[in-house]
Design a protein around this ligand. Sequence first.
Ligand code: BG6
Ligand code: MG
Length: 226
Amino acid sequence: MLQALIFDLDGVITDTAHLHFTAWRSVAAELGITIDEEVNQSLKGISRMASLECILQVGGKAGLFSEAEKEVIAARKNQRYVELLGSLGPGSILPGIAPLLEELRARGIGIGLASASLNAPGILQALGLAAMFDYCADASRVAHSKPDPGIFLAACAGLGVTPSRCIGVEDAQAGIAAINASGMVSIGIGATLRDADLRLNSTEELTWRRIAGLMDLTDRATSVRR
Ligand code: BG6
Ligand code: MG
């Protein structure tokens, strides 16, 4: 029996990657660093400070800033990102997500959030989805970020569910690794993802029928192994 679906936020519930990119690009430019779409891809799913370290590395400036200076740079990026979030509304929910959440709710299946973003509560509010989530794990209280399973395990604990009875949905490779390490079943959204139990091209394909089918297969594989 499926107990809960636990979602990543950025790239699964709404597409904020371009807003993160715009904010990071302007902050990086002020440091004399140019970042392209390939760098942006590598920032998906990783924390704000880990993103900054990655950008400094790309620009050959790793180790040049103190912790306090890095905090200031990260805060500047976040200020710009939060300004850009002002454009989000219910129309920014990715296709298929709103009807799926309704269906899960009607079936009594738990709905959780496991996002690395410290802006997650504000984003869910802006999308008008806050009330749909039974539990949102708090990234600031989790010791290690994805690919560590900590945030998904925190969401399972908050929902009071068993990881092996839950599905995690992610658009980042680090996120798929985190779900797999947590013992949950993984669904990846995106053409280039590896190692997901089910890989889909877009959230439109994330239907109840596919989710139920995946859980059936997992149940059968588990009973064959027993
Ligand atoms: C993840 C994004 O969801 O959240 C990353 O994929 C981002 O790109 C991370 O860096 C942290 O977000 P925030 O809002 O706390 O800076
Ligand atoms: Mg994501």
